[in-house]
Design a protein around this ligand. Sequence first.
Ligand code: S3P
Length: 167
Amino acid sequence: MRENLYLIGFMGSGKSTVAKELQKKHGMELVEMDDRIAEEAGMSIPEIFETKGEAAFRSMETELLREIGRGENTVISCGGGVPMREENVRLMKESGKIVLLTAKPETILERVKNDVNRPLLKGRKNTEGIAGLMEQRRPAYEAASDFSVPVDGRSAAEIAEEILGRM
Ligand code: S3P
């Protein structure tokens, strides 16, 4: 595959795990956006939110997408907020396909309940809180994506196969 493959979706939808699967079995380069941003900033995501603010973090995401867009054959595990900026969606569309991973709020809760690295989940670690933010984001997620893949009860290998089969 020459084009890039952008995985989008809610926190905990499995973007990182599926991206690693595509890297290992299908020889794609991998960019984990949160890790790259934390590495370049020299601090964790919660520290960036605390000391620089969310707006600064969002600009770092856009900056990183510009850089990623110059490469190819890369699978990108996007931060959950990436599709919320039109410019980000444009940058992704220009250099690859966008695949949305969808999951039930219950599945997300199970995966993130012990997580301390996602500032936006503070005070939302229950199905209602997760479902609420998910609904707010759904229109943008759906508009950005070329197609979507449900993940509930499925392995990363299965999901990766489905994605490649539909590319
Ligand atoms: C965010 C999702 C996180 C991270 C940050 C904000 C969001 O990434 O970028 O905490 O706005 O949904 P993951 O989706 O990889 O958890």
